[in-house]
Design a protein around this ligand. Structure first.
Ligand SMILES: [Zn+2]
Length: 284
């Protein structure tokens, strides 16, 4: 069984006691069948740290670079220019974490809008998908992404999705609209919580072809590990719950969501060529 954790923050010093701890988490994830982990930056320095961790785990960890809505007020043009340059690095799979958060409002709304718009421009110029954080802001995020989707022709080159709606927290109607715009929906490990009825309904009503999985570790541990630090190895808990809700096997959930994630991240071709090479080696 192969799994992908499409959203984590394992390079974050808050994840643990430093880089060695993140490396240990990658090893535990691999032992649990997680073949690929994305670690996302939330500002310029943090994005550089994400790329550095990806550099230590080629093929196993990919980075995302971006400014989180909480950090928008501190992001100047120089930071956004530097992030755009970093975004071209082959270890960078996504532009993120970007978005709008009108729940906590840790940055003024104008700053959040300015920084999100600018990063959508970056994503267009570097032709990479976005990882979107939207909290109590779907009335603003939907039209922004609709306009961007039109600009992008609804898909990235090669027919890849335009991005992922991370830690999806709206209803099934919203999910359908984002999917129509060219996005995939990310199911967080909190889907295992007994109170996650809205997310369970989204999982039930959304075809598996449009779903990917995530932990957002170190935050939001699944029910079985509640009260402890979340980590990429636990993405299997989300897969298990999705299987239960849809009445299908966990293997089918793992296989399909992994393929969806690889297409999103542009990692499928990478994986296929690795498999081909292995096959060729075996033959030679
Ligand atoms: Zn996050």
């Amino acid at each position: 069984m192969r799994l992908v954790d499409t959203h984590s923050h394992i390079h974050d010093p808050e994840f643990g006691r430093g880089p060695a701890d993140a490396d240990a988490a990658v090893a535990r994830a691999q032992a649990a069948g997680v073949t690929l982990i994305v670690t996302l930056g939330v500002d310029r320095a943090d994005s550089e740290a994400a790329v550095a961790l990806a550099g230590r785990h080629p093929g196993a960890v990919l980075a995302a670079v971006g400014v989180h809505p909480h950090a928008a007020k501190d992001a100047g043009d120089d930071d956004l220019d530097a992030l755009e340059a970093l975004a071209r690095d082959p270890r960078v799979a996504l532009i993120g974490e970007i978005g709008l958060d009108f729940y906590r409002n840790l940055s003024p709304r104008d700053d959040q809008m300015r920084v999100m718009r600018r990063q959508l421009d970056t994503a267009r110029r570097v032709a990479k998908p976005v990882a979107v954080h939207a909290r109590e802001a779907h009335d603003e995020v939907l039209p922004l992404l609709a306009a961007w989707s039109r600009e992008m022709g609804g898909r990235l080159p090669g027919g890849r999705p335009l991005g992922v709606m991370h830690y999806f927290s709206a209803g099934a109607d919203h999910a359908r609209r984002y999917i129509e715009l060219g996005f995939v929906i990310s199911v967080h490990t909190s889907v295992t919580h007994p109170k996650a009825t809205q997310l369970a309904a989204v999982v039930r009503d959304t075809p598996l072809e449009h779903l990917v999985l995530e932990t957002d570790s170190p935050y939001g541990a699944p029910q079985r590990y509640r009260g402890t630090r979340n980590e990429p190895a636990y993405v299997a808990e989300a897969a298990g719950r999705v299987a239960e809700i849809k009445g299908i096997s966990i293997e089918e959930v793992a296989e399909t969501t992994t393929r969806n994630a690889e297409r999103l991240l542009g990692a499928g071709a990478m994986h296929e060529s690795a498999v081909l090479q292995t096959a060729r080696h075996a033959r030679d």
